[in-house]
Every structure is written in C-alpha cells, then in structure tokens.
Design a protein. Sequence first.
Length: 262
Amino acid sequence: MAGPSSGRRALVFDCDGVLADTERDGHLPAFNATFAEVGLPVRWSEDDYAEKLRIGGGKERMASLLTPEFVRANGLPSDPEGQKELLADLHRRKTTRYTEAVARGDLPARPGIARIVEEAAAAGWALAVASTSAEASVRAVLEHAVGEERAAGFAVFAGDVVPAKKPDPAIYVLAVRELGVDADDVVVVEDSRNGLRAALGAGLRCVVTTSSYTGGEDFTGAALVVPDLDHGPDGPVDLATLERVLDGPAPRTATTSSEEQR
C-alpha cells in the first residue's frame, strides 16, 4: 500500500446519483416492491422518498417506519433484536430486486463516468467508491457503469463498514486511510448535500454532479458544481479539471442549517 506522503492521487465516487441516477428508477421501486411482497401497507411516493433521502442508508430509511403505532398495527416485532432481524430481511429482499434491475440495464451510467475513470486510471490515480448503500448494490452499479474489468481495480467502501452513515465523514476517513493517500490528493464526486458534508468533514475536495433529487440543495463548500461530468463550465470535466480542483483552495467544512440540526 502506498504511504500517505507518496503523492499518488485518488478519485473517489459516491454511488447513488453519481455513478448512475439510481434513486428514482432503482431504489424507490425496489423499496416499494419489497413492502408489497411482505404485505406492509407502505408505498413511498417520489416526494416521500425525497424526504427519506435525508436519512443515510437503506436500512435506516426503512427503520423510520417502525413507529410504535406502525409496529402495533402491523404485528411487527417490538423488541430491538426482532426489529434488527426484520430490517435485515427487508433490506436483503430490496437489494436483490435492485441488483436485478441494474443487471437488466435499467439504470444507465451517468454521463462522463466511464470517460473520467479511464483518464484517471491511465494517469495512475487510485480509484474508489465510498457509499452508504449495500456493497452488493454498489458493485452491481459500478460494474455496469465502468465494466467488470475496470471495476476490479476499484476499492469499494460500502454499507456498514463504518458505524455512522453520511453526512458523518467516517466512510471518507476510512477510504483515505485504506487507500494510503493524503487528503490533499483526493477528489470526491458526490451528488447530495449530505455527501458533500461527509467529504468536507474528512478534509476532502468535492465535485458535485447534481442528480434528479438534489438539484435544489445547498452545495456551499463544493469545489465545483455541474449537472454531470460531460457538462462542466468549460466543457467536459476531465483530469485537467480535477488537477485544478486539487490546486485550488483547501476544503472548508460545510455549515449545518437549523433544519438539519433538528
């Protein structure tokens, strides 16, 4: 493993909304189909799901359903261990549905992903994905976005590898440590404010590619905000763009609004 002072640069992607715009056409229908499969009277609308996306992690989003009233009305376990097992089962079912959708090609890669990955790989950059989604889901999207051969060269940090999900910076702190790079040599690509906050909290520069659910969010602190990697301010976001990001101002931690504190 390279040492932190090696000077090797790294490009670290979030998964959902970054590698592919997965939330509306992938995760949401997979959640709803899972609820229907097990007989739960839940069907999240797009607006409902936009609210759920404020919560990091799929199991955590499903856990938000488990109010005492909902648990009693649907005969669900009320003890912590029973609820943990229930959520694990629901999440496995949901992940299976989601990965099947990815395998069918239902979720195309976002513009510019394969191109920038090839550029970075050719220049010797380390490549990684850091996501709160289940590892199986992340690997399925990654392989579809960049191909199996290229995906094999990525480090993947996903799911429950850290105790706290984004906006906590833990997963990016882990990625920097395991990649053996210096934080000043890392560019993160995110699509949400929570992801941006996680990157900035780890001291990393962040490029934001807005997605279907995140276009109106506050991205103060991002080094660059673009609709996708093929449409930067001066043309496609390429390796030269990322080099300029690294040469730019040091990242500053995003502020937390009063709404986010509640």
